[in-house]
Design a protein around this ligand. Sequence first.
Ligand SMILES: [Zn+2]
Ligand SMILES: [Zn+2]
Length: 359
Amino acid sequence: MFRLFSYYLNFWFLCVALFLWRPCFPARIIPESVTVITTTEKHNATWHDFSKFLHAERGSHVSGMAELKKFFNRFGYLSAPETTPNFTDNFDSNFESAVLLYQKQLGLPITGKLDSDTISTIVSPRCGVSDSTTKRIHVTRHFAYFNGKPRWLRGSPMTLTYGFSPYNMIDTISLTEIRTVFERSFTRWASVIPVSFRETERYESADIKIGFYIGDHGDGEPFDGVLGVLAHAFSPQNGRFHLDAAENWAVDFDHDDSRVAIDLESVATHEIGHVLGLGHSSVKEAVMYPNLSPRRKKVDLKIDDVEGVQSLYGSNPNFTFSSLLQSEDASNVALGFQTGFSKWTFSLPLVLLILFFGS
Ligand SMILES: [Zn+2]
Ligand SMILES: [Zn+2]
């Protein structure tokens, strides 16, 4: 009898352990409809109009879908039409393949349809670097490089200098604050690879040239106003690092209540990854994921980011993965509590225990 009781006890404790052990990913929100953040400020980014294509699938014909196809073409998912001068408004098999590829790259459910997850991601702000310039080399890894795997080639120890364009800055954030933000962002990458970064006042000779630009600024990648594309940077050893001056850049959300505020530090950290040679990752939590929502801060390098950059430059001798794992665990737990996941996860085992001991 006692043996039977202990089997039951073990079984229930196993159930409880499984619930408690479940990774603390943020609760998955399946929106009823697509939330689109728009702004009354003048801008050319019309991605929010793409929300009208919600639920479109192969065989659909929706007026204006050619514009959405241009988006897929721009970010490397759909090649230009061969037989006609322009894209059509038909959801054909070519476009379905592009949607499938996009969903895979962005870590979305792979349905081939313009479901709410996919449309929400399409309309959210992102980095201007194309996803097609990157190439994955390993199926179990999610980070990527630029084609040809370029990296900075300097003597060891490697020091790269960075400078701010004296002519292309913003006046909504002080230069002192901008410098502090970038110093922190560079330090994050420097802590995991044997590369250090030093600010220089000699902008013209800096390895990494940082500036804020409006619209067409001469490199063939015009910015589009508030939201849409936030920034872009070039692969090694180019060093150009451009931010869209039209964004509502923020360094502290407590002092900026704009719905379209974009965290400068998160974007700076992401673009430094490109400057070093990383492409976009399909891991949503990674700094190198291409999208960043307004009022979201994402500055801590994740394992995927670290593995990617270390495969280019090697490891900083002072870096250990265990410290990174500890900080990820801590942030995951914090995230779990924030998203309300804890209530269900902790209360269910409690109910089971009460039922068991009460019977
Ligand atoms: Zn990017
Ligand atoms: Zn540019």
